[in-house]
Structures are given as structure tokens and as C-alpha cells.
Design a protein around this ligand. Structure first.
Ligand SMILES: [Zn+2]
Ligand SMILES: [Zn+2]
Length: 160
């Protein structure tokens, strides 16, 4: 078993970074490497940069786009769609997405994969709100309710 040139402990073959003291060894010649070296000073082999360890990002960040998405949904629903306030609907509906962006930018350096998922959740709130607005508009529109009822009745007949 090879020995670490930093601390002298036995390290498993094929492991180039000592699990005890963190000393790096050259993959080719096995020499001890300076921590900042980009190539081995003994044999010249290029050293791959150490993969950055992911830092833990709390799942609580999911709540930011979800809660803001909820606020957006609430605000959108309580906007009178027939009045002049309809112009605020696009503004209200972006809250969840903004929450997703904030969670993404604050965490992308720690764990970019997870940060992207926050962004996706933010984007999904926009989708949910979009569907909700369409459903809301359809349900409140004059005459549409009876049409919808008819469609549901027909569906029930088909299913039944
Ligand atoms: Zn060591
Ligand atoms: Zn070397």
C-alpha cells in the first residue's frame, strides 16, 4: 500500500489525495505536490483541478419561490380582471419567479444544480398562475359557466 508523503499513513492505491492530511500526490510519479500546483514539478504531468466540493444548500430555499408564488396567485386572484387593474396581473404573477431567481443567485456558487431547481420551481409557479388565471377568467366570464357545465356533463356521460 502506498504511503502518504505528507503524514506517512497508508493510503489506498489509486487515491491521490491523502484522506488523513489532504496531501496531493502526482498521478504519474507519485511525488508530493504543492497544494496550488497545476502541473507536477517533478514529471510535468498536468493536474486536474480538484473538483469543488458542493456546499450544503438548505431545502428551505424552495419555500421562497413557492411562498412568493402563493402570494402572486393570491394577488392575481384578487385583482379585478375586468377593471383597469388587469395591467397589474403580469406584475403580480412574476413574484414566484423572482423568488426563484433570488434563491438561484444566492446559492448557485454553493450548489449550482440545486440552485437551478429553485429557478425551475419559480418558473413553475408562473405556469400554475397562468393556468389559474385562464381558469379564473373562463369561470367568471358570462355564459362560459354553462358551457363548462355542459362539457363536464358530457365528460361524465362519456366516462360513465
Ligand atoms: Zn497524509
Ligand atoms: Zn509527477
Amino acid at each position: 500500500m502506498p504511503r502518504c508523503l505528507g503524514c506517512g499513513q497508508n493510503i489506498p492505491p489509486g487515491i491521490n489525495v491523502c484522506p488523513y492530511c489532504g496531501t496531493r500526490h502526482c498521478v504519474k510519479c507519485g511525488q508530493k505536490l504543492p497544494s496550488s500546483a497545476e502541473s507536477c514539478p517533478y514529471c510535468g504531468v498536468l493536474i486536474h483541478p480538484q473538483p469543488k466540493e458542493k456546499q450544503y444548500v438548505s431545502n428551505k430555499w424552495y419555500l421562497l419561490p413557492i411562498l412568493l408564488g402563493g402570494v402572486a396567485l393570491f394577488a392575481t386572484f384578487y385583482t379585478d380582471l375586468s377593471g383597469p387593474y388587469i395591467a397589474f396581473v403580469p406584475v403580480h404573477s412574476t413574484y414566484g419567479l423572482i423568488g426563484g431567481f433570488v434563491a438561484y443567485f444566492l446559492n448557485k456558487k454553493k450548489d449550482s444544480q440545486k440552485a437551478e431547481r429553485f429557478l425551475v420551481v419559480g418558473a413553475l409557479t408562473l405556469l400554475v398562475i397562468g393556468v389559474a388565471i385562464v381558469a379564473h377568467a373562463l369561470l367568471t366570464a358570462q355564459g362560459r359557466i354553462s358551457t363548462l357545465a355542459l362539457v363536464i356533463k358530457k365528460l361524465c356521460i362519456i366516462v360513465g
